[in-house]
Write a protein that binds this ligand. Structure first.
Ligand code: ZN
Length: 188
């Protein structure tokens, strides 16, 4: 299903204006409005994941939103930077902190296409990010709900509100397609 989006010059699969009906704002979210904004920002994270895919990186994307503005954005760049810490969330968080001129990301929401790993969940704690929205669960590395619950552990000094499953099917399909392609390449 991502073939179109991944073909250069192909029609963009993801239309950021799709399904909009206006209404609501990030500053004064009603529940329905919040869900709508969540979709919008997750779509942006998903586009960054598609970019990562095209660069032969594990396709994960993330954005940090502050007062309705994206202040940090990144796709996974582990291969390009040859850096085990270059996860999408880490890149987006570092950018956001630079934008705010503060390590503490008060009032920010992190959107990421895949459930954060222990390292990224740790960075989310360190940055005191109050809200995290993720797409697909990660059965092999998820540290928010699946394997560990780092962002809701009362022993730690910070907890984040968590929303999961936003555009999960699309987020997971991209990863599945990537790893399927990798396996096929491995067989050649
Ligand atoms: Zn991570």
């Amino acid at each position: 299903m991502f073939n179109n989006a991944l073909t250069p010059g192909g029609k963009p699969l993801l239309d950021i204006n799709a399904g909009g009906g206006g209404g609501g704002s990030p500053e004064t979210p009603d529940l329905e409005g919040l869900a709508e904004w969540d979709q919008t920002y997750m779509l942006r994270a998903l586009q960054l994941a598609v970019d990562a895919y095209e660069q032969d990186e594990v396709p994960v994307g993330a954005v940090v939103v502050h007062e309705g503005r994206i202040i940090g954005a990144g796709g996974n760049q582990r291969e390009a930077l040859k850096d085990p810490t270059a996860h999408a969330e880490m890149i987006a968080i570092t950018q956001a902190a630079a934008a705010l001129g503060n390590w503490r990301l008060s009032g920010c929401t992190l959107y990421v296409t895949l459930e954060p790993c222990p390292m990224c969940a740790g960075a989310i704690l360190q940055a005191r990010i109050p809200r995290v929205v993720y797409g697909a669960v990660d059965p092999k590395g998820g540290a928010v709900d699946t394997l560990y619950q780092i962002l809701s552990d009362s022993r730690l000094n910070h907890r984040s509100d968590i929303t999961s499953g936003v555009m999960a099917t699309d987020c997971a399909a991209l990863l599945t397609a990537f790893f399927r392609e990798k396996r096929q390449q491995g067989k050649k």
